[in-house]
Design a protein around this ligand. Sequence first.
Ligand SMILES: C[S@@+](CC[C@H](N)C(=O)[O-])C[C@H]1O[C@@H](n2cnc3c(N)ncnc32)[C@H](O)[C@@H]1O
Length: 461
Amino acid sequence: MVYGRAPPARAVGVKKSPAPSRRPPDQALPGLAARVAATAAFRRVIEDGAKLDDALDDATGGLAGADLALARVIVATALRRLADIEQALARHLNRPLPTRAGLTRAILVTAAAQLLYMRVPAHAAIDLAVRQAKADRKAFHQAGLVNAVLRQVDRTPPGQAVTPGSNIPEPFGARWRARWGDEAFAALAAELVREPPLDLSVKDDAAGWAERLGARVLATGSLRIDAPRGAIETLPGFSEGAWWVQDAAAALPVQLLGDVAGRRVLDLFAAPGGKTAQLAAAGARVTAVDISPTRLRRLRHNLTRLRLQAELVAADALHYSAPEPFDAVLVDAPCSATGTARRNPDVVYHRSLADIASLARLQAEALAHAAGLVRPGGLMVYCTCSLESEEGEAQMARFLAERPDFQRVPVAAGEIGGLFHLIDPDGDVRSLPGQAIDGAGSLDGFFIARARRQRSSLSDR
Ligand SMILES: C[S@@+](CC[C@H](N)C(=O)[O-])C[C@H]1O[C@@H](n2cnc3c(N)ncnc32)[C@H](O)[C@@H]1O
């Protein structure tokens, strides 16, 4: 960020703060702990390429409930709107921030996010920002500037928004525009600055739960709460295990396995288990494999709340073997997760092209290994929550070319709630954030393809 590009005519005169005294901020002050955590987490995402959830875990220590949720919203808003926020700040800075200004930049950006996009009263956002600056050894001398700049930001009507998509950092901005075209890219960029809806998958009685939750039932069967409020755990049905959080696009891969009741289904790369839960709820006999014992514990905890059962296996999916092949195998391979950027706005800051290349190699290995675990006549569904062709379309094309014993089973619109525009010319599903479904709203970005293993001989039938 180059703050010094601001037109000098509009620059504020920076008054010296009246003899500030540097001391730790009083974390008991309402809202301060959330701001301190947000500032630290924002800085770690931007400067160290940390994942937002990891950065928040580290930064929020004792925070919980509303404070933790507030810290997350502040950082997410700052990341989603970073170019717009930097432009607003630059209008009031007449020279670059000193290189050793400590937390100053992070304090300014996260406070401006609150002023410009979160309707936080100016006195709260600015006072808490100035307190943070005064408590930081390096930002201490910038406390007056923080105060003056934020007051100007608050008083100035938001300028013209930056060009669509400027909030998406490179290389992703240029890449997605080239891949998806100007119109889809503009819709994608507009979607990525919004708070996403909350989507839920229900075990049954979608209409009844929709009414109790104030949700609507999407054509695909998921429930959607457009403007969720409060903690998930306090919503009706959470403690009874009636539903789980799952983007409506993430619910489609399991639907494409059809009727799985009584069938043996292998869920490779299973944790935290949204798809395992769908399979178990549909009556499948599920084997869920994940390499991470910690994430498998979370999966077990989720299944317990939902009163669902599956066999859990801690193993490397690339080497997993079973005495019998499965009726169906779901390959929800690790990916760049760029399709989830509206829920995880940090992905575009911590992912690189090199990551995409190495994840594509892993996905190719996963597909090759998974193929051997499908019984002749059985189905495989491959999916990634990525916007990158290398992790989706290209991956499937290569797999099918290498494995003539697998044949694509094109998806019919009726299997995905009639959303025919999500089906690409090959018959695979491709969703993009910003691509309207159901009249309102959209989905996370997913690629989903289905293939059947040929029956090799009469004895396989
Ligand atoms: C995309 S997430 C899976 C999401 C999950 N299917 C769901 O619906 O909730 C990828 C998962 O793959 C796991 N993973 C990564 N490499 C793995 C490997 N070699 N073998 C097994 N699991 C792996 C990660 O621990 C992570 O839980």
